[in-house]
Ligand binder design. Structure first.
Ligand SMILES: Nc1ncnc2c1ncn2[C@@H]1O[C@H](COP(=O)(O)OP(=O)(O)OP(=O)(O)O)[C@@H](O)[C@H]1O
Length: 363
């Protein structure tokens, strides 16, 4: 019998962070973090402002001296508290930040070839131009940084970080200074370049959509700790606690008591078989889990579920609704429906639940 062994089982992690703790004055900002990144894997460190993401990335980069724990690159220890600190420039990692400064006296091409001194001239130039082309900057190779917009400078900074093909890229909010349209394009270009080069990547972001767009795996942080690690699908569809659910977008929150393995809500019964009978539960329903069907009933039938308000948000419509159950329970909920769906105020409706986007937790 042969066992299947994946590449990630045999190859040393591109980055390994073990039991990392970090304190500024008396403020403990990283509290025991373990994280591995496999070769070629894109991992997003996601979390609210101040939860310690940047500090962790700076520790991996060597910009903060490690206080507690261990850091390895490619299986080799590069930082141990009080013993070993390989400086950032010797770690063979690519770094790009929200506002990465370019060398002002060098052209775009010279900025990108800067880290390629070990290559012959021609190869250096070809490599830089290839990357600048992939990031939409091929027409600016002779331009100087002060002549570029912020978004263009950011693309050059990404090309400069990627040019030496580092085994590990550390990116801290590299797209957040860009306006929405440009950000989408540069994110897309960057993702394709990272995958083509096969660089393992740790990307810090506070934007869940960005994390889902970029990541093979997401590590969601709160208050110095990783709360859940998994694929975007695992975090979105199998969140382990209410914080994880709410971090990925608005949810309808209801409460109820577990009775015969279920909690009754105004939109139907929700399975709670894993919770103790009689316990209080929190039911979280994503807006897209509410499926609405218009009913041919008089608009005055207000003991039936009905539309309170409908707004077009662009790609989706947001329906404010009043949900009624047969036993007299009532709740104001938000539903999201793809495309243009704008029923009139008072329109009676039936509501079905997509249970895959309903989550239940003990209160
Ligand atoms: N050099 C420093 N000296 C003192 N406190 C610091 C220092 N750097 C960060 N902190 C504090 O550590 C905490 C974590 O900061 P960090 O920048 O790691 O968070 P973050 O999750 O990246 O936040 P953001 O998304 O806002 O950048 C914050 O309370 C911050 O004020």
């Amino acid at each position: 019998m042969t066992a299947t062994v994946s590449l990630t089982d045999v190859a040393a992690p591109a980055l390994s962070l073990r039991d990392i703790h970090h304190t500024f004055a008396a403020n403990q900002v990283v509290k025991g973090i373990d994280l591995n990144i496999a070769p070629g894997e894109v991992v997003c460190l996601l979390g609210p402002s101040g939860c310690g993401k940047t500090t962790l990335l700076r520790i991996a980069a060597g910009l903060e001296v490690l206080q507690e724990g261990a850091v390895s690159l490619d299986g080799k220890p590069i930082a141990a508290p009080g013993k070993r600190h390989v400086p950032p420039e010797k770690r063979n990692v690519g770094l790009a930040f929200q506002d990465s400064a370019l060398f002002p006296h060098l052209s775009v091409l010279e900025n990108v070839t800067f880290g390629l001194k070990h290559l012959p001239n021609r190869e250096r130039r070809e490599r830089a131009i290839e990357l600048l082309t992939q990031l939409g900057m091929a027409n600016y190779i002779e331009t100087y940084p002060h002549m570029l917009s912020g978004g263009q400078q950011q693309r050059v900074a990404l090309a400069r970080a990627l040019a030496p093909t580092p085994k590990l890229m550390l990116l801290d909010e590299p797209f957040s200074s860009l306006d929405a349209r440009l950000r989408d394009r540069i994110r897309d270009d960057t993702l394709h370049v990272l995958k083509k080069l096969g660089s393992a990547t740790l990307l810090v972001t506070h934007d869940p959509e960005e994390a889902m767009f970029m990541a093979d795996r997401i590590a969601l942080m709160r208050d110095g700790k990783i709360i859940q690690t998994g694929t975007p699908r695992e975090l979105y569809c199998a969140p382990i606690d209410p914080f994880v659910v709410t971090f990925f977008g608005e949810v309808n929150e209801l409460r109820g008591t577990v009775h015969q393995g279920k909690v009754q809500t105004p939109v139907g019964a929700v399975d709670a078989s894993w919770l103790p009978e009689g316990s209080e539960a929190q039911v979280m329903i994503r807006p897209e889990a509410l499926r609405i069907k218009e009913r041919d009933l008089p608009f005055e039938a207000h003991n039936h579920s009905h539309v309170v308000m409908a707004k077009l948000l662009g790609r989706t419509s947001l329906i404010h609704l009043c949900a009624h159950s047969d036993d007299g329970q009532e709740a104001h909920l938000h539903a999201r429906v793809p495309g243009v769906f704008l029923p009139e105020e008072g329109q009676p409706i039936d509501i079905d639940l997509d249970h895959s986007q309903v989550f239940i937790f003990p209160r």
